[in-house]
Design a binder for this molecule. Structure first.
Ligand code: GRF
Length: 198
């Protein structure tokens, strides 16, 4: 099944999804990577021969136009699922209408705790002893969609944001591809605001 991955960062999560897609046992392939800026994910996609599309907010008159263009670009690859892997933009109504309940995101904290763009730093600053990552369906809120899977890591006293985030990413590199394979092959049951992998 074709999927499209949205990324904005170093692309280590994209690399993990890519690796899994290249496993003969996997049920999905990456039809394209869409980025909103030049970032590490671009070279990772190119090296793997995956088409890369850039859809930058700055190249559009306003956010609504960017959202519509992004939805059109993603649709052109006819994906069954969308994965946001470190995509640092809030998806707009065109994307959410176009791919309702078919967008999977990984957030580096145990939602509903510490949503938003600084979840790792917020958890560290709060002094939690355990944090982790949450793989969830994207809805119209910020990191508020139905939760599909979570993983936990311990927080060490000498942790920095980078050391803690790297430990969380190690978890995500296994969990996110596992969830993608599961939603592609078995699908998701949603029950109100809750979701379960079949
Ligand atoms: C991941 O920790 C993800 O949870 C967060 O952004 C990070 C992406 O890392 N949304 P990378 O750009 O794939 O290395």
């Amino acid at each position: 099944a074709p999927i499209v991955v949205l990324a904005s960062g170093t692309g280590t999560l994209l690399a993990a999804i890519l690796r899994r897609s290249q496993d003969p046992a996997s049920s999905f392939q990456i039809a394209a990577v869409v980025v909103d800026r030049d970032c590490g994910a671009v070279q990772i996609a190119r090296d793997a021969g995956v088409p890369v599309v850039t859809c930058a907010l700055a190249d559009h008159p306003d956010r609504a136009a960017w959202d519509r263009d992004l939805a059109a670009q993603v649709s052109s690859f006819a994906p069954q699922w969308i994965v946001t892997a470190g995509f640092m933009k809030i998806l707009g109504p065109a994307m959410l209408a176009g791919f309702a309940q078919r967008i999977v995101n990984s957030h580096p904290a145990l939602l509903p705790a510490f949503p938003g763009a600084h979840g790792v730093a917020d958890a560290l600053a709060y002094g939690v002893k355990v944090t982790g990552c949450t793989v969830h369906l994207v809805d119209d809120g910020v990191d508020t969609g139905p939760i599909l899977a979570q993983g936990t890591v311990e927080v060490y006293p000498d942790d920095t944001v980078d050391s803690l985030h790297e430990r969380i990413k190690t978890l995500e590199r296994d969990l996110l591809p596992d969830v993608v394979e599961a939603v592609v092959t078995r699908g998701v049951v949603t029950d109100g605001r809750k979701a379960h992998l079949k």
